[in-house]
Design a binder for this molecule. Structure first.
Ligand SMILES: C[S@@+](CC[C@H](N)C(=O)[O-])C[C@H]1O[C@@H](n2cnc3c(N)ncnc32)[C@H](O)[C@@H]1O
Length: 187
């Protein structure tokens, strides 16, 4: 699922792109995003937990890519405040709780939907947003349903939507890939 989300995003990012990791966590997606960029590209990485910022910085430092990331200890519902209208090529959402951390601190439908809408408002034509929603923890299924409902209501003339969920598996995660239609402009 992560590999599929990353492949979708990789196709939409250029070396100078600005991209968002809306749920930094342990920093795996952040590292992936930073590796897609060159010196002029930037990842804006959000998390509400200082532990996630610490883990992410440690991972990126080890990879020698610390300088490609803006570390933002804030709720992703504040994306508009930090990006100030700058266009983005991609955003990744990996909803739920920090693995190995406090399982009661999870993403919530209200702020996740606010953040998703803000990312779409900043997205270039040809850019993409990936969302992985887990359904096995308390509130996870409700959040996955809310995100799926929101995505299903996006205007089809402006956005394409692909949904993936393994059939038959109990509490299977959901992957949504949203692309803004249109000719790719400068990233
Ligand atoms: C499943 S983890 C992300 C995993 C991460 N993408 C990785 O590659 O390691 C979800 C993260 O979302 C963070 N989170 C929860 N609510 C948030 C919010 N409102 N804004 C930003 N991050 C949030 C949690 O603190 C947690 O670290």
């Amino acid at each position: 699922m992560t590999a599929r989300a990353q492949a979708f995003i990789a196709d939409r990012v250029a070396p100078e792109s600005w991209v968002i990791d809306a749920t930094l966590g342990a920093g795996r997606d952040c590292l992936f995003l930073a590796r897609q960029l060159g010196e002029r590209g930037r990842v804006f990485a959000f998390d509400i937990q200082s532990e996630a910022i610490r883990l992410g910085q440690q991972r990126l430092l080890q990879a020698g890519l610390l300088a490609r990331v803006e570390w933002i200890a804030d709720c992703h519902s504040q994306i508009h405040k930090h990006l100030q209208g700058h266009p983005i090529a991609a955003a990744m959402f990996n909803l739920g709780y920090l693995p190995g951390g406090d399982k009661t601190i999870t993403t919530t439908p209200t702020s996740s939907l606010q953040a998703l809408q803000q990312c779409l408002d900043l997205l270039h034509p040809g850019g993409g947003v990936s969302i992985i929603a887990y359904t096995g923890h308390p509130g996870g299924q409700q959040e996955a349903d809310a995100v799926q409902d929101w995505a299903n209501r996006l205007p089809r003339q402006d956005y394409s939507l692909a949904c993936h969920q393994p059939k038959g598996a109990k509490a299977a995660p959901l992957l949504l890939c949203i692309e803004r239609k249109g000719v790719r402009s400068r990233f």
